[in-house]
Design a protein. Sequence first.
Length: 127
Amino acid sequence: MHRELIAGPATAWDLLVDPRRWPEWGPSVQSAEVDGGVLGPGAEGTVTTAVGVRLPFRVTSFEPGRRWAWAVAGLPATDHTVEATSPGRCRVGFGVPWPAAPYLAVCRVALDRLDNLARRVATDHHD
């Protein structure tokens, strides 16, 4: 599932890799912490779900500025992509493993929230 954002790819990427910002756009996330504070290849941490359950996670793939994916509680989870489309715009995509297809409804809400947040951040920073 993809959505074009009225924000540059750097803005979208920064929001996707900053765990402190995940609750702002992720409806299933209450909070998140990354060991060492930086999301990157092999990073591990803890995500607290919207209902208060704390789960460990590990970044399973990471291409700076373009894509990252993770496993939560040992299970493959969301894949996140960013692609420049035109000046000041980008396409953000979320993918989920086939068994988690119903989670795409949550991803749709997350993309809406991410779009609104990215527009505000881009306006603040003149992206």
